[in-house]
Write a protein that binds this ligand. Structure first.
Ligand SMILES: Nc1nc2c(c(=O)[nH]1)N[C@H]1C(S)=C(S)[C@@H](COP(=O)(O)OP(=O)(O)OC[C@H]3O[C@@H](n4cnc5c(=O)[nH]c(N)nc54)[C@H](O)[C@@H]3O)O[C@H]1N2
Ligand SMILES: Nc1nc2c(c(=O)[nH]1)N[C@H]1C(S)=C(S)[C@@H](COP(=O)(O)OP(=O)(O)OC[C@H]3O[C@@H](n4cnc5c(=O)[nH]c(N)nc54)[C@H](O)[C@@H]3O)O[C@H]1N2
Ligand SMILES: [Mo]
Length: 898
C-alpha cells in the first residue's frame, strides 16, 4: 500500500483535493453535499443500481457512487434538472412500496430522504402483500419494503463473509431472501445484524423498540458509547436507551477494531440483563438454603468469614478468583484487596484456563505478555497463518475481517483438526491430531531452514538460540512429523513455503495452541516460525498474535490479578517491584507467589484453603474435571461469589453478592491487541445489585480498611503509578482518544501498537528461539476410550452460557451437540439427533449427537455452553506444565448409552 495521491476536483464551483479513487459520492460529501444514495453504504463496494445519486461530471450524468474522481473533473450536483432526476428516481422507488414505508415518524433512510426531498407520504401506494419472515429472534423481514438495493446481500458477503443472503425474483418483484430458500431462522445467518444495520427502508429490522434504528440513523438522545463485554475483540458499541431499558446496541462506525460491525452477542445478547433469574439481592446460606439478606448483613457476614479464615490458617488460607469479565478497575481493586487487606498473593483469573501459556510463552520469546502487533497491521498481511483458533465463531468480527482479507487476495493457512469456518477458504488446511502442535510447528520450521526461507540477517542480529534449534529440528523432517501429527508431508511443505515466501506474514492463534499439556511449548514453537522469518518487530511481517478470549482477560492479567505478578507484570519476588507497590499502597507486599486456580482447589481439598472468593467465573461449570472442583468447593469452609445469576458455583456457595454487568459499569477493558477502551454504564445497575468495584470497596470497609480509589478513574490512575507501562493512560485520555494501546508510559505520547521495532523486551534485547522437544499430550485414545474429545466454542453461546442462554440466542442454538464423524457414527451405531452419553476416565456427560464431517474420524467435538450437560466432568486435570492451563482440547472418551 503506497502513499495515496491527491486529486484536485471541483464540486459545484468549489475546488478541493481528495484521494485518488474517491467516488464522486464521497467527494461530494467532502464538499458538504449530501446526496441520496439508497444502494450505497461506505462499508460496502458500490453498486450503482438505484440511480438516486445522479450528478453531472465532465458534462455527463452519472451515478456518483460508482464513478471515481478524475483529475480536474468538474462535478455539478445542484442544478434543477439533477434535482428532478434524483427526485424522480427516489419517487419511483417509493411509489412501489406500501404506505407504511413513508409513514410519519419512520426513522428509516428512505423515509428521511423522501421527507427532505418533499416527497409526500401518499407517494407510497404499492399494494404490498408479499409477506414477511419472522422466524428469527433478531431479524425480521418485511418483503413489501424491500427495494432490492442489495445492501444487505453485500453486507453479508463483503463485511460478514457469511453469504447467507441473495436477491431472488425479477424486475420489480426482486426481493432479498436467505440463500438456502427456507425460513430465515434456518438459513446460514449468524445474526451479526449487518443487514439490519444497512437496510435503508426497514425491510430488514430487529424486532422490538430498536425497530428502524441503525448505526447510520441516530436516535435523538445520544447513545452511550461503550466496549462490548463478551469476547476480547473489543468492539465499540453505541447503546440506545429508551424508558430506562436498552432499546438497541449499534456497532460504532468509528470503532477502532469493529469499524461498524458487530456479532450476535454484542449486538443482540443483552436480554440477560432483565431476565427474571437475575440476582438482585445478596444471599446467605442458612440451614442449608440460600436466603435473601440486606447488603450490610451480607458484607458483615462475609467480612467475618474471611477474617475467621485468616485467623485459622493465616492470610494464605484465603484466595480469590478474579473476573476477566469485569473491568480493569474491578480487577485492580480485587488484587489490591487480597494483597493489602488480607496480605496474600492468592489471586488468579481465567487467563489461567485460557491464554496463560501465551503470556508465559510470548514473554519468554519476546519479553512482553501480549500479542506483538495491532490487528490493523495483521490485516495488512499477505499470508495469514491461523492456528487453533476459530474466529468465525469465537471472534466473529475478527473472523469477518480476516476472511475479507483472504477474499482480497491474502494467502491463508489454517491449522486446526476441524474444518472450521476459515478452513473452507484456506489455501492449505493442516489437520493435526489434537495435542501435536509442537511437532507440527517444528515440522514447518524444519522446512523453512531446509529450504533457505529464513531471514539470516534478522537471526544474526536480533535472535538467539539458532544453533540449539537447528540441532533439534534435524529430528523433525516432514515424514516423521507427518507420522506424529497425521498431517501429510506435502501439506507441511506447501504451508511452510507459503509462510516462508510471503512478504509480510502474520500468525494469529487461539486455544488450540494453549489449552494443552504443553501449551507454553506450543506458543514458543509457533513464535519460532515468526523469528525464523524475521517477521516480528520488523517491517517484514506482523508477528504472533493470540486471539485473547474474554472481553478483559488481557486487562485482568495486566492489572495484576495473578498470583506471581503485580500490576504491569512486575514479579512479586522482585524486591524493587514490591518496594514500588509499597510506596503506593503503604503496606508490605507479600513476597511469596500465591496459588494458581487449580492449586487453590488442591489446597481446598487438602483443608488448607479456608475461604474462596469467586468473582464472575462459574468454576463448577467451566473449570476442568468438575468432580474434583466440586469436592474442593464442598470442602472449603466458606465460598462467596459475585454473580449475575445463580450459576452452578453460586448455587452451592455460602454467600452470593449480586453484581452489575458490563452494560451497567464504568471503567475500561483491554482487548486482544492491547488497547485500553472505555466501558460506560448505559443503564444503572438494577436495583439491589452493585458493581464489583463497589462490592470490593464495601467489603474492604467492612473489614476496616479504606481501599482508596473512590472511583474507577482513580483506580486506573493509581495503577499507572505502580506500573510504568500504564502510566500514560487515564479515563480522561481514553474519553478524548478512544482506544490507546499499552505499553503507554507517557500521557503525551501514543501507546505502542506494534511491539519490538527497536529491540525485544528480553534482557539482551533479542528474540529467543526455543528448542523444546515435542512431547505427547496427557491423554491418548485406547481400547477403553477410543475417541478424542476436543472442546471449544459455538457462535451463539458464550462460555458458561449464563448470559446467552437467557434470551434469543437460545432459540438460535438450543441444543448441546456432540459432533461425530460419519465413520464413527456408523462404527458406534449413533444417529443424527439422538441423545448420547459420553464417558471419560473422569466423568460422564449427556449430549445430542450431530453427525458431521467437521470433525476428523476418531475425534468428537462439543462446547461447554450448557453446564447441565456436564462436559467438564469429562475433561481431565492434566494441565500445561509451565502455567497450569488445563488440557481442555484433548480427552480420551467413549460413547455410551444415555
Ligand atoms: N461465541 C463465542 N465466542 C467466544 C467464546 C464463547 O464461549 N463463545 N469464548 C471466548 C473465550 S473465553 C475465548 S478464550 C475465545 C477462544 O477462541 P478460540 O481459541 O478460537 O476457541 P476454541 O473453539 O476453544 O478453540 C479453537 C480451535 O482450536 C482447535 N484445536 C483443538 N486442539 C488443537 C490442536 O491440538 N492443534 C490445533 N492447531 N488446533 C486445535 C479446535 O478444533 C478449535 O477449532 O473465544 C472467545 N469468544
Ligand atoms: N471444556 C472446556 N471448558 C472450558 C474451555 C474450553 O475450551 N473447553 N475454555 C475455558 C476458558 S478459555 C475460559 S475463559 C473459561 C470461561 O469460564 P467462565 O469465566 O466461568 O465463563 P463465563 O460464562 O464467561 O463467565 C462466568 C460468570 O461470570 C458472570 N459475570 C459476567 N459478567 C460479570 C461481571 O461483570 N461481574 C461478575 N461478578 N460476574 C459476571 C456470568 O454470569 C458467569 O456466570 O472457560 C474455560 N472452560
Ligand atoms: Mo477464555
Amino acid at each position: 500500500m503506497g502513499p495515496v495521491t491527491a486529486v484536485g476536483i471541483e464540486v459545484d464551483g468549489t475546488g478541493l483535493e481528495v484521494p485518488e479513487g474517491t467516488s464522486l459520492l464521497s467527494a461530494a460529501l467532502a464538499a458538504g453535499v449530501e446526496l441520496p444514495a439508497l444502494c450505497s453504504d461506505d462499508r460496502l463496494s458500490p453498486a450503482g443500481s438505484c440511480r438516486t445519486c445522479l450528478v453531472r461530471a465532465g458534462g455527463r450524468v452519472v451515478a456518483a457512487c460508482v464513478t471515481p474522481v478524475s483529475p480536474g473533473v468538474r462535478v455539478e450536483t445542484a442544478t434543477a434538472d439533477l434535482d428532478a432526476l434524483r427526485r424522480d428516481a427516489v419517487e419511483l422507488i417509493a411509489s412501489a412500496l406500501p404506505p407504511r414505508a413513508l409513514a410519519d415518524g419512520n426513522p428509516g433512510e428512505l423515509a428521511r430522504i423522501c421527507r427532505s426531498m418533499g416527497i409526500a407520504p401518499e407517494t407510497a401506494r404499492g399494494a404490498g402483500g408479499r409477506g414477511g419472515d419472522d422466524s428469527h429472534p433478531y431479524v425480521r423481514l418485511d418483503r413489501d419494503l424491500c427495494i432490492a438495493c442489495g445492501r444487505c446481500v453485500r453486507m453479508c458477503s463483503e463485511v460478514q463473509g457469511t453469504f447467507a443472503l441473495t436477491l431472488v425474483g425479477r424486475g420489480g418483484d426482486t426481493v432479498v431472501a436467505p440463500g438456502t430458500g427456507g425460513p430465515w431462522a434456518e438459513s446460514d445467518c449468524v445474526a451479526c445484524g449487518g443487514c439490519v444495520d444497512t437496510c435503508p427502508t426497514g425491510a430488514i429490522t430487529q424486532p422490538g423498540p430498536a425497530r428502524g434504528l441503525t448505526s447510520g440513523i441516530r436516535p435523538a438522545a445520544a447513545p452511550t458509547r461503550t466496549t462490548c463485554g463478551y469476547c476480547g475483540v473489543g468492539c465499540a458499541l453505541d447503546v440506545v436507551v429508551r424508558e430506562g431499558g436498552i432499546a438497541a446496541v449499534l456497532p460504532a462506525r468509528d470503532g477502532p477494531v469493529n469499524h461498524g460491525h458487530a456479532c450476535v452477542k454484542g449486538r443482540f445478547s443483552h436480554g440477560f440483563r432483565t431476565s427474571p433469574e437475575r440476582l438482585t439481592r445478596p444471599l446467605l446460606r442458612r440451614g442449608g438454603v440460600l436466603e435473601p439478606v440486606g447488603w450490610d448483613e451480607a458484607l458483615a457476614h462475609t467480612a467475618r468469614a474471611l477474617r475467621a479464615a485468616v485467623d485459622a490458617g493465616g492470610p494464605d488460607a484465603v484466595a480469590a478468583i478474579s473476573s476477566a469479565r469485569a473491568t480493569n478497575e474491578d480487577n485492580y481493586l480485587i488484587q489490591k484487596f487480597m494483597r493489602v487487606v488480607l496480605g496474600t498473593n492468592n489471586v488468579d483469573n481465567c487467563s489461567r484456563l485460557c491464554h496463560s501459556p501465551s503470556a508465559a510463552g510470548l514473554t519468554a520469546s519476546f519479553g512482553l505478555a501480549g500479542g506483538t502487533d495491532s490487528f490493523d497491521d495483521v490485516q495488512r498481511a499477505d499470508c495469514l497463518l491461523v492456528v487453533g483458533a476459530n474466529p468465525v465463531e469465537a471472534h466473529p468480527v475478527v473472523g469477518a475481517r480476516l476472511l475479507n482479507r483472504v477474499l482480497h487476495g491474502a494467502a491463508l493457512i489454517v491449522a486446526d483438526p476441524r474444518t472450521v469456518g476459515l478452513a473452507r477458504h484456506a489455501d492449505v488446511h493442516l489437520r493435526p491430531r489434537p495435542g501435536t502442535n509442537v511437532a507440527l510447528f517444528h515440522g514447518l520450521a524444519h522446512i523453512l531452514l531446509a529450504e533457505g526461507l529464513t531471514d539470516e540477517e534478522f537471526l544474526r542480529e536480533r535472535a538467539t538460540g539458532l544453533p540449539e534449534l537447528t540441532a533439534l529440528l534435524a529430528g523433525y523432517p516432514p515424514e516423521r512429523v507427518a507420522e506424529l501429527t497425521g498431517v501429510p508431508a506435502a501439506d507441511l511443505v506447501a504451508a511452510a513455503r507459503r509462510y516462508g515466501r510471503a512478504e509480510r506474514p502474520a500468525i494469529v492463534y487461539g486455544l488450540g495452541v494453549t489449552e494443552h499439556l504443553h501449551g507454553t511449548d506450543g506458543v514458543r514453537a509457533l513464535a519460532n516460525l515468526a523469528i525464523l522469518r524475521g517477521a516480528v518487530g520488523s517491517d517484514r511481517g506482523y508477528g504472533v498474535n493470540p486471539l485473547r478470549g474474554q472481553n478483559n482477560v488481557q486487562g485482568a492479567s495486566d492489572m495484576g490479578a495473578l498470583p506471581d505478578v503485580l500490576p504491569g507484570y512486575g514479579k512479586v519476588t522482585d524486591p524493587a517491584v514490591r518496594a514500588r507497590a509499597q510506596d503506593v499502597w503503604g503496606i508490605r507486599v507479600p513476597e511469596r507467589p500465591g496459588l494458581r486456580i487449580p492449586d487453590m482447589f488442591t489446597a481446598a481439598r487438602a483443608g488448607d484453603l479456608r475461604a474462596l472468593w469467586v468473582i464472575g467465573e462459574d468454576v463448577r461449570a467451566t473449570d476442568p474435571d468438575t468432580n474434583r472442583v466440586t469436592r474442593a468447593l464442598d470442602t472449603c469452609p466458606f465460598v462467596v461469589c459475585n454473580e449475575l445469576f445463580l450459576s452452578e458455583t453460586a448455587r452451592h456457595a455460602d454467600a452470593v453478592l449480586p453484581a452489575a454487568s458490563w452494560l451497567e459499569k464504568d471503567g475500561t477493558f483491554v482487548n486482544f491487541d492491547r488497547r485500553f477502551q472505555r466501558v460506560r454504564p448505559a443503564v444503572p445497575p438494577p436495583g439491589g445489585t452493585r458493581t464489583d468495584f463497589d462490592i470490593v470497596r464495601a467489603l474492604a470497609a467492612a473489614m476496616g480498611t479504606d481501599l482508596g480509589c473512590a472511583t474507577p478513574a482513580e483506580a486506573l490512575a493509581e495503577c499507572g503509578r505502580l506500573a510504568p507501562v500504564f502510566a500514560g493512560l487515564s479515563h480522561d485520555r481514553l474519553d478524548r482518544e478512544g482506544a490507546v494501546p499499552w505499553p503507554c508510559p507517557d500521557p503525551g505520547r501514543p501507546g505502542e501498537a506494534k511491539l519490538y521495532t527497536e529491540r525485544f523486551a528480553t534482557p539482551d534485547g533479542r528474540a529467543r528461539l526455543a528448542a523444546v522437544p515435542y512431547l505427547p499430550p496427557g491423554e491418548e485414545p485406547d481400547d477403553d476410550y477410543p475417541l478424542l474429545l476436543v472442546t471449544g466454542r459455538r457462535w451463539a453461546h458464550y462460555n458458561s452460557g449464563s448470559m446467552t442462554r437467557r434470551g434469543g440466542n437460545l432459540a438460535l442454538d438450543p441444543v448441546d451437540f456432540l459432533d461425530v464423524h460419519p465413520d464413527d457414527a456408523g462404527r458406534y451405531g449413533v444417529r443424527d439427533g439422538v441423545p448420547v452419553a459420553v464417558e471419560s476416565r473422569h466423568g460422564r456427560a449427556g449430549l445430542v449427537a450431530r453427525v458431521s464431517e467437521q470433525t476428523a474420524p476418531g475425534q468428537v467435538f462439543c462446547s461447554f455452553h450448557f453446564p447441565a450437560s456436564g462436559v467438564n466432568r469429562l475433561t481431565s486435570h492434566h494441565a500445561d506444565t509451565v502455567t497450569s492451563c488445563p488440557e481442555y482440547k484433548v480427552t480420551a472418551v467413549r460413547l455410551a448409552m444415555p
